[in-house]
Design a protein around this ligand. Sequence first.
Ligand SMILES: [Zn+2]
Length: 191
Amino acid sequence: MTSEEVLKILGEKDVILRGHFQLSSGRHSDTYLQCAVVCQYPDVTNALARELAIPYQRSEVDVVITPAIGGIILGYAMAQILGCRMVFAEREGRKLSLRRGFSIKAGEKVLVVEDVVTTGGTIKEIIDVVKGYGGEVVGVASLIDRSEDEVFEKPFHSLVKIKIKSYSSEDCPLCKRGIPISIPGSRGIIK
Ligand SMILES: [Zn+2]
């Protein structure tokens, strides 16, 4: 699957929205990614997961770990393809941790999976969780990479790289043109 083919799928499934959005950071953008919508379709999710899993087929992954909630479905699909276990980390207060009886054994090879990587902050926290158990991170895999630069010390693989321009509300050209803004995503709805 080429990155053009992946982009076509993500466009058709409304993962990539164009318009005028306030991001969770408060900044404005003409593009918004809502990755969860593609996971409504198990066949599409599995096809993307198969593609994302290719570099890890021979690396004997013992466990896939994802941050809740965004990465869970994709991580589960990846684990099924790689024939390994899957756990997710969730926030207890501010701290990401494994709960619900999930654990990683010392020396286990761990693949970190995420749907979208932006700053890489959550992934770095996940890597620390794995290290805390004595696990070995073999790589980081993400469906979409929208980061600005190289963000991890670990090998990073994504299916597509998308650059999204964002503006402060004062400098937003879409605001200047009077285009109505929407606040997508769960954080916007909860407010
Ligand atoms: Zn704006």
